[in-house]
Structures are given as structure tokens and as C-alpha cells.
Design a protein around this ligand. Structure first.
Ligand code: LIP
Length: 276
């Protein structure tokens, strides 16, 4: 079934807008944080509330569409998640949960639509900074109404690189080795605490590349198209095509920078696929 993309985008956009209003309310009410798998991997009642709200709106109009969502209640079922060719919505009700808990204003609602294993659109809304990032395939990437372009810096020695340690420290030794390597070769190193907002920084040309080992499909799904439509590349850290379910990703302003960065990285590997 081919859904009308204008209609899907409108529905996604209005749903995310409603969800961000909930997120602002949540912060005032000081939500109770529930630890999921580790002390750092957190889940709140608001994740569930936003999830329900958006799922209800989508399934009312498109009952046959698949919805993949960060849902800590279904933790054990995560390994069963597969991306198929079917029309699929991928939602992270709150990306940057640790930031949310601390009031660090890099938190957002992130929603993507994929079909035929290709991204059709992405909507990433950070209500705390009033920044709404959108991309539609073939139509460019935007922050509010401003078109986005990746930077022109393609040398690691001149590049600002973003990384995330993530909440899962199983591979901390390898991750720290990567940080050490890059800190010595790149111009600078940053970490915002939200996978998809890190991707926004690359799309916007504020940072030049970003990689992470341990991120989930819902963390990166909306950012893939945003970076591509802004003129950048999104790949697996090994430079193979990106796989949403592989829990790893590298994005950059150019293939050349992606290559230079990839060559430095110890690749934390596939035992991480959809399990924690
Ligand atoms: C988090 C990311 C963070 C990443 C963690 C985690 P959550 O998402 O945004 O940047 O390092 O692995 O996935 O749990 O706040 O949606």
C-alpha cells in the first residue's frame, strides 16, 4: 500500500507538536524517573504517555502501518524488532532522557517514516530551544524554516567530531580508546547526550561528523534523512550501508571525512544487535 506522503507528514508533524507540549508540561511536574536496564538508561511515565498519544493518532488513520517505538516495558521483545519494506513509523517519545532529567535543554521528540527500507521523512522537535528539524526525501532539510547544509570541512584535523559514550558501558574500554584517538587527531570533540540532536548538529554544519556504538533504531531513524538531505552521508562505522537495527552509525559532512574517521575507530561489534 502506498500512503500519501503529504498526509503522513502532516499527521506526523501535528502529532509531534502535540507531544512536545506534553514534554514541556512534564518538566514542570518533575517526572518520576524509572530506571530501565541500568541506572543511566531511564524511562518515565511520560515516555508511555507520549507513545500512546502518537500511536493512537497514527493507527486511527493507518491501522496497517507498523510502529516501532522505544518502549522499555517491552524490553525483552526488542530483539524481535525488524525493519521490513512495509510502511513503518519509528518513534522515540523522548530522546535525551538523561538531559531531560537534569534540565539540560537537549531533549526532543523524534519521529521518522520509512518505507521500502528507505527514509521518507523525519521530524525532530526540541521544545526547550524551540527548534523543529524536518526533512522529506527530495525536499531538503530544515530547522524551523531555515534550510540546512552540512559543513564543507572534510579534514579530520579541522573537524569538530561528536561522539556518545552511551548508557551501556559494556564496551567502555574500546569507546575510551576511540575518544583518545580522535581527541589527538581532530580539532575538537563534543557530546550532547541525544543521538538524534547530535545528528542535527551535523546536518546544520555546526559539527562535521558524529559516530555512536550502542544507539537504537528509534534514536537515529529521523536523523538519517536529515543529514542526507543536508548533503551529508550516513553509514555504518565500517563504511558499509547504515543498518538501522545494527545499533551503530557514523554520519559526516562528506564521504572523505567519514573514511578518515572510520579508519581510526575500533568497531564495537554486533553482539550489541538489539540487545542490551
Ligand atoms: C539515548 C541517546 C543517547 C545515547 C544513548 C541513548 P534515550 O536515548 O539519545 O545519546 O548515547 O545510547 O540511546 O534513551 O534518551 O532515548
Amino acid at each position: 500500500s502506498t500512503a500519501n506522503m503529504d498526509d503522513c507528514f502532516e499527521l506526523g508533524f501535528s502529532s509531534v507538536r502535540l507531544a512536545t507540549a506534553e514534554l514541556m508540561k512534564a518538566l514542570e511536574l518533575q517526572p518520576k524517573f524509572i530506571s530501565a536496564s541500568t541506572r543511566r538508561d531511564m524511562y518515565t511515565e511520560w515516555h508511555g504517555r507520549i507513545e500512546e498519544m502518537i500511536k493512537k493518532r497514527i493507527s486511527k488513520v493507518y491501522p496497517d502501518h507498523i510502529i516501532i517505538v522505544e518502549n522499555k516495558a517491552d524490553y525483552d521483545k526488542r530483539s524481535a524488532l525488524k525493519l521490513t519494506a512495509a510502511p513503518t513509523w519509528i518513534l522515540d517519545p523522548i530522546d535525551g532522557t538523561m538531559n531531560f532529567a537534569h534540565g539540560f535543554p537537549y531533549t526532543c521528540v523524534s519521529l521518522a517514516f520509512w518505507q521500502e527500507k528507505q527514509p521518507e521523512f523525519g521530524i525532530i522537535w526540541n521544545p526547550f530551544l524551540d527548534q523543529c528539524y524536518t526533512a522529506r526525501r527530495g525536499y531538503g532539510a530544515f530547522m524551523n524554516v531555515k534550510p540546512l547544509n552540512v559543513s564543507k570541512r572534510d579534514q579530520l584535523s579541522e573537524a569538530l567530531i561528536i561522539h556518545e559514550l552511551g548508557t551501556d558501558l559494556t564496551f567502555a574500554d574500546k569507546k575510551l580508546k576511540n575518544i583518545d584517538q580522535i581527541a589527538r587527531k581532530a580539532h575538537g570533540l563534543r557530546s550532547l547526550g541525544s543521538t538524534v540532536l547530535n545528528m542535527c548538529m551535523v546536518a546544520q554544519g555546526f559539527a562535521d561528523a558524529y559516530y555512536e556504538f550502542g544507539c537504537h533504531a528509534w534514536d537515529m531513524a529521523a536523523g538519517v534523512l536529515l543529514v542526507q538531505e543536508a548533503g551529508g552521508v550516513v553509514v555504518d562505522p565500517s563504511l558499509q550501508p547504515v543498518d538501522l537495527m545494527s545499533r551503530r552509525m557514523l554520519c559526516a559532512s562528506s564521504p572523505k571525512l567519514a573514511q578518515e574517521l572510520s579508519a581510526l575507530l575500533v568497531k564495537c561489534k554486533s553482539t550489541m544487535v538489539n540487545v542490551d
